[in-house]
Design a protein around this ligand. Structure first.
Ligand code: ADP
Ligand code: F6P
Length: 354
């Protein structure tokens, strides 16, 4: 088994509240095992540039409760090229980094698997507000982003009620409708529109008209950014024109990516960070840490990336060739479970948001 003397920790892709809690847990868990830890700043850009700093127990004090990422983040196109990858490998050799814990989303995991096959064992921790890593039920940052979104929708509801208005709200999530679906249900929205599910616009127009006639004064419609930038503003105009209810549009955008992490995100990040170090030190690599039914587990990164594609209907020819029939069935079951959850959330919004 590989002896780990020094490991690196990095955050990459879109930042997410709770990333700092994961960095702290990774650092302290590794130090407790006598393994040195270096912070790799700015994700894979910092690895290429050898922008690193050795971390002590005290260096990660007072970051557990902070939003953003103290290691900074970056999107690094150079890392996707073979030349960039070779520079990153050379950095690891020069700096004696013989393992990496990479906190981020699916792009970050692609990078982690590329490093692993070239001899630097990596483990991924899912950190993204999008909750779009299908193999885990929750990603770090999702809970905080949901709560921030919910508070903001509650504020809009107050003013909608005063003025008898509708507010169409666009929330982040890239192509995933999780943030939209969960917050729509928790805020009592009239409707949720996400790219994963069909949406009946006529039904919404009729619903608003009918509810308004029966005395309802506030209407919230939550739209996921996966619908495209034009969709929500156009829907706002149409609602006002066809229902007579004054409508406003709000795009929450990056606001919900910041802020102090919730208890749930701190817990998830802390547990995942410690768990990831233990798996690395026992010789596991090329895995992503997952939460299933409240328990931590792990899955192969390549498996996780393909499950994501299956869920998003973006599988490419040959994607499933490397997997056994049983693994493919397992992937289908994971996707079906997630789809059923999202479908039931959207159905409940429809039924209860009256
Ligand atoms: P996220 O990790 O949140 O999905 P990105 O998709 O931007 O965010 O990916 C983060 C970084 O991971 C990228 O900037 C790039 O450096 C690296 N990365 C993304 N895709 C790949 C890939 N196919 N191969 C190697 N590295 C990748
Ligand atoms: O992945 C997190 C996320 O905030 C998505 O919800 C959004 O689509 C994207 O990142 C925005 O990226 P950027 O920070 O590059 O504008």
């Amino acid at each position: 088994m590989k002896e780990f003397k020094k490991i690196g920790v990095l955050t990459s892709g879109g930042d997410a509240p709770g990333m700092n809690a994961a960095v702290r847990a990774v650092t302290r868990a590794a130090l407790a095992h006598g393994v040195e830890v270096v912070a790799i700043n700015r994700g894979y850009s910092g690895l290429i540039a050898k922008d690193v700093k050795e971390l002590s127990v005290r260096d990660v004090s007072n970051i557990l409760n902070r939003g953003g990422t103290v290691l900074f983040s970056d999107r690094c196109p150079e890392f996707k090229t073979e030349e960039g990858m070779q520079k990153a490998i050379a950095s690891c050799r020069e700096l004696n980094i013989n393992g990496i814990i990479a906190i981020g989303g699916d792009g970050t995991f692609r990078g982690a698997t590329d490093l692993t096959v070239r001899g630097i064992p990596c483990i991924g921790i899912p950190g993204t507000i999008d909750n779009d890593i299908t193999s885990t039920e929750n990603t770090i940052g999702f809970d905080t982003a949901m709560n921030t979104t919910l508070n903001m929708i509650d504020c809009l509801r107050d003013t909608c009620e005063s003025h008898a208005r509708c507010n169409v709200v666009e929330v982040m999530g890239r192509n995933a409708g999780d943030l939209a679906a969960y917050t729509a249900l928790a805020s009592g929205a009239t409707a949720v529109v996400i790219a994963e599910l069909p949406f009946d616009e006529e039904k919404l127009i009729t619903k608003i008209r009918t509810s308004r006639a029966l005395g309802k004064r506030n209407f919230i419609v939550v739209v996921s950014e996966g619908m495209g930038t034009e969709f929500a503003p156009a829907l706002t105009e149409r609602i006002e024109k066809e229902t007579g209810v004054e409508a406003r549009f709000a795009r929450f955008a990056h606001v919900v990516r910041g802020g102090t992490p919730t208890l749930r995100d701190r817990m998830l990040a802390t547990r995942m960070g410690e768990y990831a170090v233990e798996r690395l030190l026992e010789g596991k690599s090329n895995i992503v840490i997952c939460e299933k039914g409240g328990n931590l587990t792990y899955t192969d990164i390549c498996f996780a990336l393909i499950v994501d594609r299956m869920y998003k209907n973006t599988l490419k020819e040959g994607d499933l060739d490397a997997f056994t029939a049983e693994q493919v069935e397992e992937m289908k079951a994971i996707c079906a479970k997630k789809k059923a959850l999202i479908t039931s959330l959207a159905a409940s919004v429809d039924k209860l948001g009256l």
